[in-house]
Write a protein that binds this ligand. Structure first.
Ligand code: RAM
Length: 526
């Protein structure tokens, strides 16, 4: 599937006042120095690779010459800047030192033959460097920020007359998430505690100048990801200004006709991408709704509500004569990475879900007429869904011309609360019992499934599904949660290789949100 949906005649519209507000909220990054915990050997393990501990602690390497290799383990996932020293041993160095450095979030990235990669996502995301160090001894500071646990250093060459010792290796880790702000967790359940710990680490490493989706790839602000990050943030790091900054960035830098883009770049200057996704634009509405619920910041609500309303106006234009969102062949709406997943029903449900949030926001702002208009839109879109997307015979919502049944469609209709609560419970039970159609493949979609279970009062099912899915990543050795995890196909990637998947991806950090918000295992009373 093509993973871009470039809008035609793209033009960025800028609201300078909003941009200034966003820039004034730029966070100071917290730095921490982390040294390698030891060395490891990357060895095959079934269809995968594992890091076998070799030596505990690391100060300096033995003298290394042509072909010598060393793999450092930083003891956990890091995001930051790496520096080290190279000290010559032997005759005066008569040639540059030539090194290959490979950074990996997981062992597979170090073992994979990256030259075979044919995927659509750029190979420039592979964290691999070939460097010449002309003069040794040297203090080497790598200019890029890396996301990694393992660093493999291979000496491609020195010269027959000298070798180098590697020492002083340090990573200056950076984040805008302050651990001290996270309320302590109160649970005796070790599995939940582990899920929370790894979720927090995942969030922390993704909290940078904005909420990045993943610090390895794509290192940018996506709206769908922001929504879940912000929800988790309100009950953990509580960096509400960072959410506010991201909201203002999206509102400041829109696409043609005031459409909020799917993602933003921050450098060299903040800019909206030319990708548009139906659901992501609408999630501006949700992000604003959640932000106000969490903070009560009425000024921001009032100032950004018109941007939220614009997204709904644009989305309502997409309804066909029946009142159903028009389906398309392109990558027009995200929902999930499921192979062949049809997006129409999910998009309709998200439209209803966000219309309901807009109605409430209009009420909060005392705009009774607007609220009444949204109520009418909700009624029309819901009735159209019941008339055209609900298949009473099968007991499921169907999507697209082929009337596809998927988990994503059912879950989103539960969240949109189109059926009565007891019917939603039956729908979820039927979904779990029959397991029909297109499954869920990302933690992002699993999040919505857990949310649907929690909201329907199926708390035990939610907890066991959460422990099953995220717990499986823990059992696979995750020290941060992954962008993609399909228990039926563990090594799957929508990008052509698992090596380019992100293994620290904030949309998968929501176990903390569920544990702290729905299970009440947090000591803060927000
Ligand atoms: C991928 C990333 C990102 C997500 C988009 C839709 O590029 O995983 O987090 O939001 O897809």
């Amino acid at each position: 599937m093509a993973i871009s949906n470039k809008i035609e005649n793209f033009r960025m519209e800028v609201n300078r006042a909003f941009l200034t507000k966003a820039q004034d909220l730029a966070p100071a990054l917290i730095e921490r120095e982390v040294r390698p915990a030891g060395t490891v050997d990357i060895v095959p393990s079934g269809e995968d690779y594992t890091a076998r501990p070799a030596q505990s602690g690391f100060t300096r390497s033995r003298p290394m010459g042509r072909g010598d290799r060393l793999c450092l383990d930083f003891g956990g996932h890091q995001v930051g800047y790496v520096s080290f020293t190279l000290t010559p041993v032997g005759s005066p160095p008569d040639a540059p030192a030539y090194l290959r450095l490979k950074f990996g979030e997981i062992p597979y990235e170090l073992a994979a033959d990256l030259s075979e990669y044919q995927g659509e996502v750029s190979r420039s995301w592979f964290q691999e460097e070939l460097i010449h160090v002309d003069v040794v001894p040297a203090q080497v500071r790598l200019p890029r920020r890396y996301a990694f646990r393992y660093l493999e250093v291979t000496v491609l060459d020195t010269s027959p007359k000298y070798r180098v010792e590697l020492g002083g290796v340090v990573c200056t880790a950076v984040t805008s998430g302050d651990r001290a702000a996270v309320p302590p967790l109160k649970t005796r359940d070790p599995e939940l505690a582990a899920l929370d710990r790894v979720s927090l680490k995942t969030m922390e490493d993704c909290m940078q100048s904005v909420f990045e989706d993943g610090p390895k790839r794509d290192r940018r602000l996506w709206l769908g990801d922001l929504r879940l990050q912000a929800q988790a943030n309100y009950v953990t790091f509580r960096n509400n200004d960072l959410v506010k900054r991201c909201l203002y960035l999206f509102a400041a830098l829109t696409q043609n006709e005031g459409r909020v883009g799917a993602c933003l770049f921050l450098e060299p200057a903040p800019q909206v991408d030319d990708t548009a996704l139906f659901d992501y634009s609408l999630f501006f509405v949700s992000c604003l709704y959640d932000y106000y619920e969490a903070t009560g910041d009425r000024e921001t609500l009032a100032e950004l509500f018109p941007t939220a309303e614009r997204q709904l106006e644009l989305a309502l234009r997409e309804l066909d004569g029946r009142g159903i969102v028009t389906d398309r062949d392109t990558w027009w709406c995200f929902l999930d990475w499921g192979e062949g997943l049809n997006k129409q029903a999910g998009a309709q449900a998200i439209l209803i879900y966000t219309l309901k949030q807009a109605r409430t926001m209009a009420e909060w702002l005392g705009e009774a007429e607007r609220a009444a208009e949204y109520a009418a839109d909700i009624q029309r879109a819901s009735q159209a869904a019941l008339d055209h997307l609900w298949d009473g015979g099968r007991g499921f919502f169907v999507s697209g011309a082929q009337r596809q049944v998927s988990w994503a469609s059912q879950v989103w209709f539960v969240l949109a609360r189109v059926l009565r609560r007891e019917d939603n419970v039956c729908l979820l039970e039927r979904l779990m019992a029959e397991n029909p159609g297109v499954p869920m493949v990302t933690p992002y979609m699993y999040h919505h499934f857990i949310q649907a279970l929690m909201e329907s009062g199926l708390t035990e099912r939610a907890v066991s599904a959460m422990k099953g899915y995220w717990g499986e990543m823990l059992r696979e050795g995750a020290d941060t949660f992954w962008e993609l995890f399909d228990p039926r196909d563990r090594y799957a990637s929508p990008y052509g290789s698992r090596a380019v998947n992100s293994f620290c991806h904030a949309w998968s950090s929501t176990p903390s949100y569920f544990i702290r918000k729905y299970l009440n295992f947090s000591s803060n009373s927000l």
